[in-house]
Design a protein around this ligand. Structure first.
Ligand SMILES: C[S@@+](CC[C@H](N)C(=O)[O-])C[C@H]1O[C@@H](n2cnc3c(N)ncnc32)[C@H](O)[C@@H]1O
Length: 276
């Protein structure tokens, strides 16, 4: 590799700050080679001579397209249907209490929805377990920082591998199944699920939370806070506390936790919190 294609410490610092300021992700020093390997292909693609030139290209791009490429290169979109099994069991066991809502209006936020498996799991869960679902007004706001991944989420097209852990009757009920000329099947979410979900881009670190006019019955913020440092996590938890109703729950990832000094939240079950 030529000398120009090594991410120097000074260049790493520039990206570290940009990524922290724009995405909220705090990259540790040992991530320099990872960042280098994720960004290297852009040097060739945009015919740039150094990572500094790439940095400048990202900063000077008013459309934010380059920033989105950076976000996609740095973050992971790993997700799956009905991830974190205990949370779905909890929802089922507590469905009466959680959805004791006289006006039958449910608002849920899937706050880092990735390619859509999380919001689609929520709506499938409600269709399966909420009695007289058709009488309810259910809307799920599904947001992510990455516009590319949101396009994928909106399409709702999945592979055999993506759906392999779901029961066959659920697959047949909620997916249209297509086979291409090579016999490969794709599984497309039915419109009756899509109509309950609003997909939007939203940055949890720099986004304007005052745009949310109504509170949520549930907020899912799973497997994203882990990238943020403690002050950024606390800032986000503070915003969520203003958007949760009294009986609401906040679902986070299993490898995440809310620091016990945060007096606003108390644990309901592993990785599930309510306001104290
Ligand atoms: C590992 S996925 C988690 C998906 C899903 N919540 C789950 O648990 O399966 C993390 C997602 O967070 C998104 N993300 C990263 N930083 C973000 C930010 N600052 N604001 C909003 N979304 C962000 C990424 O684009 C990615 O799709």
């Amino acid at each position: 590799m030529s000398q120009e294609h090594i991410l120097s410490i000074a260049e790493f610092r520039m990206f570290q700050k940009l990524i922290y300021d724009e995405i909220g992700i705090s990259l540790a020093e040992h991530k320099r080679t990872l960042v280098q390997s994720r960004l290297r292909k852009w040097l060739n693609e945009f015919e740039l001579n150094s990572y500094k030139e790439l940095y400048e290209k990202i900063c000077n791009d008013k459309s934010s397209h380059m920033l989105m490429l950076l976000v996609n290169a740095i973050t992971t979109n790993v997700t799956s249907f009905f991830r974190e099994e205990n949370q779905w069991i909890y929802l089922q066991e507590n469905i009466q209490e959680l959805f004791d809502i006289p006006n039958k209006r449910i608002r849920i936020w899937s706050a880092a929805c990735s390619s859509g498996q999380e919001p689609y799991s929520i709506i499938i869960f409600l269709k399966e377990h909420l009695s007289n679902f058709h009488q309810w007004d259910v809307k799920i706001l599904a947001t992510d920082i990455s516009e590319d991944i949101l396009v994928k989420a909106m399409k709702g097209i999945y592979t055999q591998r993506d759906i392999e852990n779901m029961p066959k009757n659920i697959i047949l009920k909620y997916f249209n199944i297509f086979k291409n000329s090579d016999g490969v099947q794709s599984f497309v979410i039915k419109d009756e699920l899509k109509e309950h979900i609003i997909f939007r881009s939203f940055n949890l670190v720099t986004g304007n939370f005052s745009m949310f006019k109504n509170k949520f019955d549930l907020i899912f913020c799973r497997n994203v806070m882990i990238y943020f440092d403690r002050p950024t996590q606390n800032q986000l938890l503070e915003q969520y506390s203003k958007l949760l109703k009294e009986k609401s729950r906040l679902f986070i990832g299993h490898s995440e936790s809310i620091h016990n000094k945060n007096a606003k939240y108390k644990l309901s079950a592993p990785s599930i919190y309510k306001l104290s």
